[in-house]
Design a protein around this ligand. Structure first.
Ligand SMILES: [Zn+2]
Length: 244
């Protein structure tokens, strides 16, 4: 891999490649759950699973994403899809499931003051990813689904401001994966204004701050960097105008 002088910084809902996200994280991320990519945070990769209606289950009432844990590795289990998701590896060390479970429990029990931070990237389709932002790992459960036991991790969207101040992001600013996939198909992977295919971003047509929703593809479009910036300029000058 080429060496880059600086790491790219993404905005939430930017469209990126897997190579770009690997460069940003300083390593090639292959697994879904990546505990402590740095001392400060971990990374979850999300993608639509087969047989699952949603990649990200959203708990609207509590403003949480519910992320499912991972199956046993194929070399550790005969039927990873029907066996309980493992807490320990055959060697007796914690799996990624186990490490995140311990983090969530430590926070729940008050042993840690701050919840563990998780960055989430989601796969829209092969080679196409978006950055979903930072989340607090608030809780974890090991639940019986009627067939087997799986891990569920409860994550709250946050924004890390200057001086590491953490602010909760209100519900419905997050664009669900299913909506992004629908928008990507509709806009054919191109800027809705000029047809550019580079540096794309999922944009709220009516901004979230003005009551626009994230929950329907009708209010979301793909914009290139230029048209995204033009739009934020327009909104800034509009806000300036109304406040004077
Ligand atoms: Zn454009």
């Amino acid at each position: 891999m080429r060496l880059y002088k600086y790491k790219p910084k993404f905005d939430v809902d930017d469209v990126i490649s897997h190579a770009q996200l690997s460069i940003a994280e300083g390593q090639t991320l292959q697994r879904g759950m990546n505990y402590k990519v740095t001392q400060d945070y971990s990374v979850f990769l999300m993608s639509i699973r087969h047989n699952a209606p949603y990649a990200d289950e959203i708990d609207e009432k509590n403003n949480l994403i519910i992320y499912e844990g991972h199956d046993a590795r194929r070399d550790h289990a005969e039927n990873p899809k029907t066996e309980d998701q493992p807490y320990f590896t055959p060697k007796g060390t914690l799996t990624e499931n186990g490490k995140f479970f311990v983090e969530a429990q430590a926070y729940q029990l008050g042993l840690k003051k701050e919840p563990h931070k998780v960055k989430i990237y989601e796969k829209i389709k092969d080679g196409i990813w978006t950055y979903k932002g930072f989340f607090n790992l608030e809780d974890a459960k090991y639940v019986f689904t009627g067939e087997r036991k799986v891990f569920k991790y409860f994550l709250k969207p946050i924004e890390i401001k200057k001086f590491k101040q953490v602010e909760e992001i209100p519900f419905n600013r997050m664009i669900p994966t299913t909506v992004k996939i629908a928008v990507w198909e509709r806009d054919k992977g191109m800027c809705a204004k000029c047809g550019a295919t580079e540096n794309l971003h999922f944009d709220h047509i009516v901004p979230f701050a003005k009551g626009g929703t994230s929950l329907t593809a009708k209010n979301v479009q793909l914009l290139c960097m230029k048209h995204n910036l033009q739009k934020s300029d327009r909104i800034l000058s509009f806000l300036f105008f109304v406040s004077y």
